[in-house]
Ligand binder design. Structure first.
Ligand code: PGA
Length: 251
């Protein structure tokens, strides 16, 4: 049995003061939600404050990126060791916004997954196709291309512990959520691609759906057999909507 994960991706939103208000609002709303893991993916400057404010709670704190090198002359970058030193739980890697606007490459992502694993950080790897790629019937080819390269360096143990978020780019921030059939087919394909590397890992790897997940569509998406949770952008910015999505995943 895979424990569902609901992870909120704040992107470049919230100062520390705003994050503290969010957490004070969120924690009381989560008490009743059993059988679900909860994560928040926050800007670098909020990591320490959120690690401190969530200590002893069920909320896990994730960074939204990191560099693959252990250290070096990479001005403006953050290493895996810097994240694990302050008790950050994990890191989101390869979000489509990073691939599109910051030239994130699959080669770097393979190195980043290995660096996260060596530092004891959980990882959420994002993959997904553009609207044009889907229209051209290229969805599976794109996912296969990303997964085969991104997963090239990690071992089966790290693969089994990994979280992979399938996020169709056309559904991110647009309100155009994937249909249940589209989400299930793509998440099943992601799992099958993991199975081609290691069959046992495919049973435990968690595959999330992301892209316009809201309180009114979460239950249907989370009921799909190959969807083990959600990566939530816009609806994770308010405690009430985020807690409602967590509730939809709870047992
Ligand atoms: P959205 O973002 O829920 O606002 O569509 C999802 C994401 O980018 O992870």
């Amino acid at each position: 049995m895979r424990t569902p994960l609901i992870a909120g991706n704040w992107k470049m939103h919230k100062t520390i003061a705003q994050s503290e208000r969010f957490i004070s609002g969120l924690l009381p709303l989560l008490y009743a939600a059993d059988g679900v893991e909860v994560g928040i993916c926050v800007p670098f400057t909020n990591l320490q404050a959120m690690v401190d404010s969530t200590r002893g709670s069920r909320v896990e704190v994730y960074a939204q990126n990191m560099h693959e090198a252990p250290e070096g002359a990479f001005t403006g970058e953050i290493s895996a060791a810097m994240l694990s030193e302050i008790d950050v739980h994990g890191v989101v890697l390869g979000h489509s916004e990073r691939r599109e606007y910051f030239n994130e490459t699959d080669a770097a992502l393979a190195e980043k997954l290995l660096a996260a694993r060596n530092a004891g950080l959980a990882a959420i790897l994002c993959v997904g196709e553009t609207e044009q790629q889907r229209a051209d019937g290229q969805t599976e080819a794109v996912l296969a291309h990303q997964l085969d390269r991104d997963l090239a360096l990690i071992d089966a143990e790290a693969l089994a512990a990994l979280v992979i978020a399938y996020e169709p780019i056309w559904a991110i921030g647009t309100g155009a959520v994937a249909t249940a059939d589209q989400a299930q087919a793509a998440c099943a394909f992601v799992r099958s691609r993991v199975a081609a590397i290691d069959a046992a890992a495919a049973e435990s790897v968690r595959v999330l759906y992301g892209g316009s997940v809201k309180t009114d569509n979460a239950a249907e998406l989370l009921s799909l057999p190959d969807v083990d949770g959600a990566l939530v952008g816009g609806a994770s910015l308010e405690p009430e909507s985020f807690a409602a999505i967590v509730g939809a995943a709870a047992t």
